[in-house]
Ligand binder design. Structure first.
Ligand code: SF4
Ligand code: SF4
Length: 121
């Protein structure tokens, strides 16, 4: 299979990086480095197809209502599996819950939650 990074290097790109699309910290750091670079840079973000993983029975994730602080961070991902649960501040803040039928087990929401409220089932 053609390695896009090697192709880019052969075209003269000196700043080439490959990163997991499912590792938020690494992704943020590599993108920041590329944006700060004063020449053209290439970042290849990839990982296993989540639809295929879902079909193969990957574990889903769940929210612990005892730990969820209703901070709203996980809602910003736009994942269709993350839904509003208990209303903590009327009309403003809600705890979250995860619909297992839609969760593909990518782990991103778990990395984003600072309160350790999201974990694998
Ligand atoms: S990021 Fe964590 S604490 Fe915040 S709403 Fe989501 S599950 Fe709750
Ligand atoms: S693990 Fe991935 S697919 Fe599942 S709820 Fe979290 S962000 Fe959505």
């Amino acid at each position: 299979m053609t390695d896009i990074c090697e192709v880019a290097k052969s075209m003269g790109f000196r700043h080439v990086a490959k990163v997991s699309a499912y590792n938020l910290a690494e992704l943020e750091s590599v993108l920041k480095e590329a944006l700060d670079c004063d020449e053209p840079a290439l970042v290849v973000a990839g990982g296993p197809c989540r639809v295929a993983a879902k079909l193969m029975g990957t574990n889903t994730y769940t929210v612990d209502p005892q730990k969820c602080k209703a901070c709203g961070a996980c809602f910003t991902l736009g994942c269709p599996a993350i839904e509003r649960a208990a209303e903590v501040v009327p009309g403003k803040r809600y705890q979250s819950r995860i619909d297992p039928a839609q969760c593909s087990g990518c782990d991103i929401c778990s990395q984003l939650c600072k309160f350790g409220a999201i974990s694998r089932c």
